[in-house]
Design a protein around this ligand. Structure first.
Ligand code: SAM
Length: 164
């Protein structure tokens, strides 16, 4: 069987240092219907299936107030992606793109982002629509969607006239 992670022709892998420069706290898991990458959508959609965001118990308090937002920004760690390709050949047809010109999961820091619709909250579990990741994908952050959010802290001079 061919390795689905093997570089395609014209793809360029770069050497990776043995250790990383930063570390993250996983705050929960994303529960989706997909167990194979081939079955995941390339980008989530609000028309997609209900999925769950399961927050670890010690972070449940961090959900206070989240029901006020119809949409959330979800950041997740695409943990099953290789991380060393600088140039990719997404269709395998010889047309290449730099990794930073793509939203491919294959990147040095495989952070995925999605704007999801919040359907319901039950304690530390959120039901949402709009994810595109494998079941069990680690969750690294959750915030109100930018356009729906008004800063809660006092305005700063650098915020400009709109916020004063
Ligand atoms: N919406 C995110 C973004 O734009 O940052 C991710 C987009 S990425 C194109 C979505 C694809 O990543 C899926 O179709 C699937 O092939 C792959 N994928 C999903 N979950 C993954 C995981 N946990 N590890 C590696 N690859 C994953």
């Amino acid at each position: 069987m061919t390795d689905p992670d093997a570089p395609r022709p014209h793809e360029v892998a770069v050497p990776l240092p043995a250790s990383g420069d930063a570390w993250l706290r996983v705050i929960g898991r994303l529960r989706t219907p997909w167990t194979r990458r081939a079955d995941c959508p390339r980008q989530g959609s609000e028309d997609g299936p209900d999925c769950r965001i399961e927050i670890l118990p010690h972070w449940h308090a961090a959900l206070d107030g989240i029901e006020a937002y119809a949409r959330l920004e979800v950041l997740y760690w695409l943990d099953r992606a290789r991380r060393d390709l600088a140039v990719q050949n997404p269709k395998g047809d010889g047309v290449t793109y730099g990794t930073f010109a793509l939203r491919s999961p294959v990147r040095p820091n495989p952070i995925g982002t999605a704007i999801v619709r919040l359907i319901a909250r039950d304690g530390g579990t959120l039901t949402v629509r709009g994810l595109d990741c494998l079941d069990g994908t680690p969750l690294i952050d959750l915030k109100p969607e930018r356009g729906l959010f008004t800063p809660k802290a006092a305005a700063k001079p650098a915020d400009g006239e709109r916020r004063r």
